[in-house]
Design a protein around this ligand. Structure first.
Ligand code: NI
Length: 387
């Protein structure tokens, strides 16, 4: 047996093949049937016990030669409803569906780590659980369902990573504490009374009321929450009316709220509803308000972040590790971290790949795949040695 580095580099070609195969045949949330079949066949060939978990998800267990702790590694499996724009040879074959977030790479990395760890099972004290999770991209998501079906049974710690375009290739971004935001959605329908645009006085104009709602909602962040607490309130769609000379009956708007602190999240949610209702009342209109809680904030356990840092420094060198600021995006890895300690790292893939996550032109620097394998294998071994 060689070093993790030598073995991971030796499988670089295989990692690219795995990733491109997933990339060619992307599947949406809870429809990852082919994807799961490919992963299952690989895990079984590596001598790892596998069972279905969380719908299309999988839970694999690698048992070490001696008793010890149980550490979980997680990859997400779903793609996005995006039409890929690319002329490379591994373009999506499922029209309107694309691995535009890097989850294809996450699966290849965890499979690679599983292969390295399986080769060390006799010497290993404890077990490694491999979670291949469906449906990360939109709430309610696959993580909660995986947990409900026993994904974390007996698990002492959990680790995962996200390939991250904003970071240079090979850089491991770490943050202790609240690292990714709670990402909620809302919809408000402003109801007025339609009429001729030349006689606004005979109508209840929902367009003016809606405009005022958008403006009034800006004061939630500027005048209601603490300046030291990160919060985003964004209106992202506004729909109402059909022609220039009719004031419509209603205007529907949607948007998103991002927070890190649960008390702040609750306060902003209540305040936004009050602002919508009170502002509409001011104009004689009414508001129908719906708020959908997203994934909770992702909170990394500081001790687990230190563990990842030690493993990353040893395996990839100190220059590869960076402390990063929290990210306002959401991630359902948060649910695992509510139950067991662990950490979620970001791994840079940005060199030569300028298109952001969820773009129709998104792609990754595949040279990073072996680095991800080394990182997760080293993290699992380090976590087991704490027994
Ligand atoms: Ni993602």
């Amino acid at each position: 047996m060689g070093t993790l580095a030598a073995e991971a580099e030796a499988m670089a070609g295989t990692l690219v093949e795995w990733r491109r195969d997933f990339h060619r045949y992307p599947e949406l949330a809870f429809a990852e049937e082919r994807t799961a079949a490919v992963v299952r066949a690989f895990l079984e060939s590596a001598g790892i016990e596998v069972r279905a978990c969380g719908g299309t998800g999988l839970r694999g267990v690698l048992r070490g030669g001696r008793p010890g702790r149980t550490v979980a590694l997680r990859a997400d499996m779903d793609a996005l409803p995006v039409d890929e724009v690319a002329d490379h040879g591994y373009r999506s074959q499922n029209s309107g569906v694309m691995h535009a977030c890097g989850h294809d790479g996450h699966m290849a990395i965890v499979m690679g780590a599983a292969r390295l760890l399986a080769a060390r099972r006799e010497a290993m004290a404890g077990n490694v659980v491999f979670l291949f999770q469906p449906a990360e991209e939109s709430p309610p998501g696959g993580a909660a369902r995986m947990i409900a079906e026993g994904a974390l049974d007996g698990v002492d710690a959990i680790f995962g990573l996200h390939l991250w375009q904003p970071l240079p290739s090979g850089v491991v971004g770490l943050h202790a504490g609240a690292t990714m935001a709670q990402a909620d959605n809302f919809e408000v329908t402003v109801r007025g009374r339609s009429g001729h645009a030349s006689q606004p006085n005979l109508t209840v104009d929902p367009v003016v009321a809606a405009a005022e709602v958008v403006i009034a909602a800006q004061t939630i962040v500027s005048r209601f929450t603490s300046p030291l607490e990160p919060v985003v309130v964004s209106f992202t769609t506004v729909h109402g009316g059909r022609v220039h000379n009719i004031i419509p009956d209603e205007v529907t708007m949607t948007g998103t709220v991002r927070t890190f602190d649960p008390a702040t999240q609750l306060a902003v949610k209540r305040r936004l509803e009050e602002v919508c209702e009170a502002t509409c009342r001011l104009f004689g209109a009414s508001a129908a308000f719906t708020y959908i809680d997203g994934y909770p904030p992702l909170v990394n356990d500081p001790g687990s972040v230190d563990l990842v840092r030690r493993a990353a420094v040893r395996e990839l060198g100190a220059a590869a590790v960076q402390d990063i600021a929290p990210v306002m995006g959401g991630e359902d890895f948060a649910y695992y971290l509510q139950r067991v300690p662990g950490a979620f790292a970001l791994l840079g893939i940005g060199d030569g790949h300028p298109h952001p996550h969820h773009s129709a032109r998104f792609d990754i620097d595949e040279r990073v795949l072996p680095l991800g394998v080394r990182l997760l294998a080293a993290v699992a071994l380090e976590a087991l040695e704490l027994a």
